[in-house]
Design a protein around this ligand. Structure first.
Ligand SMILES: C[S@@+](CC[C@H](N)C(=O)[O-])C[C@H]1O[C@@H](n2cnc3c(N)ncnc32)[C@H](O)[C@@H]1O
Length: 218
């Protein structure tokens, strides 16, 4: 595992404080639905793919990628050292440790020349403002996506029901307070991906329409 100091200025916040209880909180509010949503398009990952998983938290999705997909390389990029520690422990427990490279850092920690067939961002894009998505995060991740590669996104979208709007508002307030995420409202990340030249290939609404699992390509 390579590590550097936690990214204190990351507009996506610092999740170290909440790392020990993150999964429990998500389960209390959503049950297993957020996990199901993240796993929806994993079967579309081709064999021997090199995969960049960004913001994977405690590693549930990582475990699924390693078990279900025949990957050649998996890089796990996470800004929270405590999230990475949990993911590392989970992989050790499942004897999957040797199959992944952990890196504590953000998109600026990607190295020149690194290229991936697949980028996965599970509940990452909703942390950022549209400005940061368009000026920093999406261009950085696109620069390491191979031509013809795919980007799997699972994230919150503008919800249809009033109670979902309140829940989403409360979640953004909560993560602003606890983790210091920059955004005040959900960015239109689908528009930002489209503006960056990506093309939507598949979409599956999840969690009563407040989450979307999507495959984007170039
Ligand atoms: C909302 S949590 C989602 C965690 C996990 N994907 C899940 O659904 O359980 C967002 C995660 O992204 C990480 N993160 C935030 N900004 C990041 C960045 N720029 N690069 C990599 N990871 C980031 C946080 O540390 C946190 O673990």
């Amino acid at each position: 595992m390579t590590a550097k100091m936690d990214v204190k200025t990351n507009p996506g916040g610092n999740f170290n404080l909440i790392a020990p209880v993150y999964d429990v909180l998500a389960f209390v509010v959503f049950g297993r639905k957020l996990q199901q949503a993240q796993g929806h398009f994993l079967s579309t990952i081709p064999p021997k793919a090199s995969v960049l998983l960004v913001g994977g938290g405690t590693g549930w999705l990582l475990e699924q990628v390693l078990i279900r997909c025949q990957t050649e390389r998996v890089l796990y990029l996470e800004t929270s050292s405590r999230m990475v520690a949990r993911a590392t422990r989970r992989m050790t427990d499942k004897s999957l440790l040797g199959m992944v490279e952990f890196r504590v850092g953000d998109e600026t920690s990607l190295r020149s020349g690194e290229q991936f067939d697949v980028v996965i961002t599970p509940f990452l894009l909703d942390l950022f403002s549209e400005h940061t998505l368009q000026s920093r995060l999406i261009p950085s991740l696109l620069s390491v996506l191979k031509s013809g590669g795919m980007w799997l996104v699972t994230d919150f979208v503008a919800p249809p029901a009033w109670w979902q709007k309140i829940l989403l508002w409360a979640m953004i307030r909560f993560f602003r307070l606890i983790a210091g995420i920059e955004t005040r409202k959900l960015a239109n990340w689908q528009q930002s991906l489209s503006d960056a030249g990506l093309v939507l290939q598949a979409r599956k609404p999840q969690v009563g329409g407040m989450v979307s699992a999507e495959v984007w390509g170039q």
